[in-house]
Write a protein that binds this ligand. Structure first.
Ligand SMILES: *[C@@H]1O[C@H](CO)[C@@H](O)[C@H](O)[C@H]1NC(C)=O
Ligand SMILES: *[C@@H]1O[C@H](CO)[C@@H](O)[C@H](O)[C@H]1NC(C)=O
Ligand SMILES: *[C@@H]1O[C@H](CO)[C@@H](O)[C@H](O)[C@H]1NC(C)=O
Ligand SMILES: *[C@@H]1O[C@H](CO)[C@@H](O)[C@H](O)[C@H]1NC(C)=O
Ligand SMILES: *[C@@H]1O[C@H](CO)[C@@H](O)[C@H](O)[C@H]1NC(C)=O
Ligand SMILES: *[C@@H]1O[C@H](CO)[C@@H](O)[C@H](O)[C@H]1NC(C)=O
Ligand SMILES: *[C@@H]1O[C@H](CO)[C@@H](O)[C@H](O)[C@H]1NC(C)=O
Length: 401
């Protein structure tokens, strides 16, 4: 992989250097970074970032060299940059401070962030290690309720980055969620490896919010929370070739908290495997919201011992203090096709739609999930869900054509 990246970067270098005559490689080592895993390299990285960002070169490249470990405090790499295409060659590794005091004077929500950088490509086989255990510990004395949050920064945030590519990198042990995409358009993530212990609280793999045209491809995500969560304002999201688990599966939502007007549409999840996840493919909404979740497709999914594989939950209420509301997020045009596998429980399908709004045009086609519980037959439950169900076991009553 490293070889391919080097060749790729060399070609870029030759091409762009040839064109502009100016150098376009900027190595963090030339800006005072030490890379011994102990020295705070934040200032060197901030300084180094200004060069490619302000470079008039057509294709500036920030180089984070291999075989080094850079200790970074919270750092924001901000744009706008001069070039419409900027590369970060991530061959080296980045680690977070091992103490929360490093966040004194910084926003607690973020560790590393890119904001307002268009045409950003981060590529390489380096690892970003959040050393999250110090943040999890305050949560681990009690079981964090689903949807409850522990304080802690997102390891890597992209805010307003259009035309974003992230490829090949490893992400481990984030303080809270590993990667957040917020307000971005045209995003492609591929060949990522994201991992944290099954018991680590709130360590979502990738969170997508207010973003469109997002592709997440061929990656491994195994953490303590959602592999991928898609929240309000997101549309045209394609997720393909993800090996998810452990974790809580792939979720749309939660939507409609506190009466919110939340919308998600055109989400395609294909060719994914869920290995020992708590839930599998899930749409979750609070009662009392407005807005919609629609045109959602789950296709060619395989479950290996997932606890609750298929869920629509319109009564999501992790704190347990919700009123019986009259409005609800409208769920429609959701298809489940060619889904197979096993569940560690017998509750394999649960479509609990809002009592007032209901779900419409829910389609199941060739869905077959069996229970691994000895002597128990898999069953399904549905409430106020409308649509049809063909070649599916267990049959979802009420969805029959
Ligand atoms: C998602 O996949 C569909 C069907 O393959 C395709 O038409 C659409 O353009 C894709 N969208 C994105 C954002 O890649
Ligand atoms: C399905 O995903 C796997 C990775 O999990 C990948 O190797 C394979 O090529 C994908 N197949 C298709 C048809 O996309
Ligand atoms: C919710 O937001 C959508 C899109 O922004 C808008 O079209 C719609 O009118 C809003 N609905 C309500 C009830 O506010
Ligand atoms: C599923 O996860 C278990 C436990 O982590 C692992 O031993 C097994 O190899 C995984 N199976 C697949 C098909 O990835
Ligand atoms: C909630 O309100 C609906 C009417 O909007 C009613 O049919 C239902 O029984 C109520 N549920 C509970 C749990 O009170
Ligand atoms: C289905 O989900 C609803 C909403 O979370 C829950 O109240 C209900 O107990 C579940 N039913 C089964 C059979 O698991
Ligand atoms: C299922 O319902 C949809 C409309 O909701 C329809 O287009 C489709 O033909 C139906 N499929 C079957 C097998 O009845």
């Amino acid at each position: 992989m490293e070889l391919i990246f080097s060749v790729f970067i060399t070609i870029l270098y030759v091409l762009t250097r040839g064109a502009s005559g100016a150098t376009n490689l900027f190595n963090v080592m030339d800006y005072g970074a030490v890379g011994d895993g102990k020295t705070d390299d934040s200032a060197a990285f901030s300084k180094a970032w200004k060069s490619p960002c302000n470079s008039p070169s057509r294709n500036p490249i920030l180089v984070i060299p291999a075989s080094k470990i850079f200790l970074l405090k919270p750092v924001t790499f901000s744009g706008p940059c001069k070039s419409t295409s900027i590369h970060v060659l991530m061959s080296g590794n980045i680690v977070a401070p091992d103490s929360k005091s490093a966040w004194k004077g910084y926003h607690l929500d973020m560790w590393l962030a890119f904001t307002n950088v268009n045409g950003l490509t981060i590529i390489g086989s380096g690892t970003i290690n959040g050393r999250g255990a110090i943040w999890w510990s305050e949560c681990s004395s009690y079981r964090v309720p689903e949807g409850g949050t522990c304080k802690g920064p997102t390891a890597l945030t992209f805010y307003r980055c259009n035309g974003l590519v992230l490829k090949g990198t490893k992400h481990i042990n984030s303080q809270r969620n590993h990667i957040a995409i917020f307000n971005c358009k045209d995003v492609t993530f591929s060949n990522l490896h994201i991992s944290a212990p099954k018991t680590s609280p709130n360590t979502d793999g990738i969170d997508i919010a207010s973003s469109s045209n997002v592709r997440i491809l061929n990656s491994f995500i195994g953490t303590g929370d959602d592999c991928i969560a898609i929240s309000s304002g997101s549309s045209h999201i394609n997720i393909t070739g993800i090996a998810c688990g452990p974790g809580h599966g792939i979720s749309v939502g939660s939507l409609g908290a506190h009466g919110g007007n939340d919308t998600v549409e055109e989400v395609h999840v294909r060719n994914c495997t869920f290995n020992e996840t708590m839930t599998g493919v899930r749409i979750k909404t609070w009662q009392g919201g407005v807005g919609y979740a629609r045109k959602i497709l789950f296709e060619k999914i395989k479950f290996i011992r997932a606890d609750n594989p298929i869920i629509i939950d319109q009564y999501y209420c992790p704190g347990g203090h919700c009123k019986n509301e009259t409005s609800g997020i409208k769920i429609s045009d959701v298809s489940y096709r060619y889904i197979t596998g096993t569940s560690t429980t017998d509750k394999v399908i649960n479509l609990s739609c809002d009592q007032n709004v209901g779900c419409t045009n829910i389609q199941l086609y060739y869905v077959h999930i069996i229970s691994t519980v000895p002597g128990k037959k898999a069953y399904s439950f549905s409430f106020n869900a409308h649509g049809n169900c063909t070649h599916t076991k267990p049959v979802v009553k009420g969805l029959q054509p």
